[in-house]
Design a protein around this ligand. Structure first.
Ligand code: ADP
Length: 430
């Protein structure tokens, strides 16, 4: 009794019983060791029907060692469902000691709700390998999701099934985490799409409001302006000789300002018409468009002695009434914005994946990079009308038209080094 200590409250075990329990434990440990190392070929299991002997055929040590090394659970099961062999991995992931597993029924480890699936796996496993997910009850009361792969062993084998069980806890956790992340992502995308759709709606609404405002304003402004110009003309005609020089000068300035206002209203009207026009795209040969623009600008070309080289241009899907405005404005500017040098202009096109890149290059005065975005805004000019005539609407019109065609427009330039205006147009002709 020297090595038997009793704790307060602990059950006092008679020494003979303790000895018997120790011997039984030593015996079962030895049996387990012998089964796992392949030293025994048979196992006697006490059941309600009495003791049953299970022979362990194929108890080959090499295979047993291999099975012990597996990270998956490996088991052999008798025809009546008794676990004859289980490896340490299975004991580890079911958190149940091996001595409790071996000799027990596998179905007792399977959670009640999954038992039918387990039996169906066994019956399918008779003819071919059967796989399925089963929830096992672990020794600590937790649930272990396991993928079972069930195969039948040869008919004469005492162990009828071989089961490989994979612990799916981590995979399921990461699957769940992935699914959650996916759901969160989907939710975010949905929210963003909704926001974007709302913002688009808002933009479309305010755009159309702006369009109709510009149209109505420019249309309705013309009438009173015409009246002002008319009375100014009458004043000049009827009282011209009675007025002094100062008054004449005032009237002349008022006439100029009203003419200018008239032009601006016309420009504004043309600009707002670009958007209100229905999108009708047809095949348009840009060689013809460019030639027509050059014909229109013939006087300016001759006056400035401009040399213009036109390379081969493509046929594109475009609005045949709007695309000529782009060519006319860009060529007009290329002729206009030069100092003493004779204008030399090259118009060309290159294909770049899904679009055409069209360029109008000149050797004129150039544009400071800080102003290169500004010039595409309405009525933005970098020079006085005395230096270079114009209204400042041309490039804004070009931008609107190119964008309506799904393209972009920009300029590459620096002061004194000429400019190249680029714009893109989709190259598909469908
Ligand atoms: P406009 O030609 O009537 O002034 P645009 O909208 O066509 O109006 O051009 C806006 C401004 O951009 C011009 O006033 C000019 O300052 C500048 N610009 C346009 N094209 C050129 C060019 N080829 N070279 C230099 N400056 C240019």
């Amino acid at each position: 009794m020297a090595n038997t200590r009793s704790k307060p409250g602990a059950r006092q075990v008679p020494s003979q019983e303790l000895e018997r329990l120790r011997a039984e434990l030593a015996e079962s440990e030895e049996t387990l060791r012998a089964i796992r190392s392949g030293e025994v070929d048979a196992l006697v299991v006490s059941t309600a029907q009495g003791e049953q002997v299970y022979t362990l055929k194929g108890a080959d040590e090499a295979y047993r060692i291999l099975l012990e090394e597996l990270t998956e659970g490996a088991l052999t099961i008798s025809a009546d469902g008794i676990i004859l062999y289980a490896n340490t991995s299975f004991a580890n992931f079911t958190r149940t000691p091996l001595e409790k597993i071996i000799g027990s029924r596998f179905e007792d480890l399977v959670q009640a709700a999954d038992r039918d699936s387990y039996f169906s796996l066994l019956s399918h496993g008779r003819s071919a390998r059967a796989r399925g997910m089963i929830r096992l009850s672990a020794g600590d009361g937790s649930t272990v999701p396991a993928l079972l792969s069930v195969s039948a062993l040869p008919a004469e084998s005492a162990s009828t099934w071989c089961i490989v069980a994979t612990d799916m806890t981590d995979q399921i956790k990461s699957q769940e985490a992935l699914q959650k992340a996916n759901e969160e992502l989907e939710l975010k995308v949905r929210q963003r799409t909704e926001n974007l759709a709302k913002a688009n709606e808002e933009l479309a609404r305010s755009n159309s409001e702006l369009q109709s405002f510009a149209y109505v304003a420019s249309h309705d402004l013309r009438e009173p302006l015409r009246t002002i110009s008319g009375f100014l003309e009458l004043l000049q005609m009827d009282y011209g000789d009675k007025l002094d020089q100062k008054s004449k000068d005032y009237i002349s300035r008022a006439v100029n300002a009203s003419t200018r206002l008239h032009e601006m209203i016309d420009d504004l009207l043309s600009y707002s018409r670009l958007e209100t026009r229905k999108r009708v795209f047809t095949r348009v040969d840009l060689n013809g468009v460019c030639q027509a623009a050059l014909n229109d600008l013939n006087r300016a070309i001759e006056e400035n002695g401009a040399k213009i080289e036109v390379k081969t241009l493509p046929t594109v899907m475009a609005d045949e009434l709007q695309i000529p405005i782009v060519f006319r404005n860009l060529i007009d500017n290329a002729i206009k914005f030069h100092d003493k040098t004779v204008p030399e202009i090259v118009i060309s096109a290159t294909r770049d994946e899904s679009e055409w890149l069209i360029s109008v290059k000149d050797n004129g005065i150039g544009i400071d990079p800080v102003n290169q975005r500004k010039i595409f805004e309405m009525f933005k000019r970098l020079h006085s009308r005395d230096e270079y005539p114009g209204s400042g609407i041309g490039l804004a019109m070009c931008k609107k038209i190119v964008e309506r065609h799904g393209g972009r427009i920009w300029v590459k330039s620096s002061i004194g080094n000429g400019s190249i205006f680029f714009f893109t147009l989709p190259s598909n002709l469908a």
